[in-house]
Design a protein around this ligand. Sequence first.
Ligand code: WQD
Length: 324
Amino acid sequence: MRVLVTGGAGYIGAHTSRLLEARGDYVLVVDDLVTGSRDRIPGIPVVEGNLANGSALQLETLMHEHRIDAVIHFAGQKQVAESVVNPAWYYEQNVGSVAQVLLAMERAGVTKLVFSSSAAVYGDASGAISEAAQTSPINPYGATKLVGEQLITACAAAWPLRAASLRYFNVGGAGTPELGDTQALNLIPICFEQIAAGLAPIVFGDDYDTSDGTCVRDYVHVSDVADAHLAMLDALPEQPGNTVLNIGTGIGTTVRTMVEAILAVSGSDLAVEVAGRRIGDPAAVVGVVDGIQDLTGWRARYSVSDIVESAWRSRQYFDGLSVN
Ligand code: WQD
């Protein structure tokens, strides 16, 4: 298959691009290289550019020239807090890029798409969440992912687009150290930053109705998430449509358990510090993930320990780079 991967030099994108190339697919990456890096995907062609203004990138021409069969669309912004402060930019970047990709695909006759969506579309829903759950995002980031899905669904009704939208739960870890997440935007890398600064990792709230009072999340290894994209790309239904699927493990882990595992793997003797609740945090968010398993046979292989240990190895790798 010949696949255009937008955001393919980023965290999840690079894992996916490498898997595609390793199995013999042709990969073309389009990435603005703001947070992504060519170093993550050696040997894979990269066209640098921002998708929100697709006309500048001539996406349609690229699809013709590279004889693209399918698109995996990762490119976008993912900082929840930033989206609250800068909502219009988030819509321009996250919804605008989907629109540009779809326009180019329609014109180029490319009909297969896997879209990077998010569990953030479920908003502050708590519990075991299936794809049938109400979608009520509580921040512009989640809203842009939901609108992206809706746009894809509308296109699939207008022309023979065969799409899947994958709603990630909490992604962590690293397939290899150099592919780890270098942005400290989520629990695991934030805790590594704290520990590196000699500061206690902070747990936001321990008065939730959960086993240890701290929030529960569904942590899924980035390598499993990348695998899920290939599985779905190969299993897109023949009929036009947008198949929405949760990507997680179906297993919840408390924040305190995660933080204690992070402290242990880093050999730190710092103690966990508990602060007040963070606004907008649901108590427990765990995916029901039978959908993709029934459709493709995919299921997460890696554990929370694999996630934390591989994230730590990646942190050490990048720390070593910064020292030299
Ligand atoms: C997780 C838990 C915090 C930092 C993510 C993102 C996005 C989406 C999935 C893809 C919460 C707690 C955090 C800290 C803490 N996936 N925490 N101390 O909020 O589940 O959201 O959902 O789009 O990745 O939207 O992820 O890592 O911010 O927080 O106690 O220093 O860890 O309160 O309970 P979240 P997160």
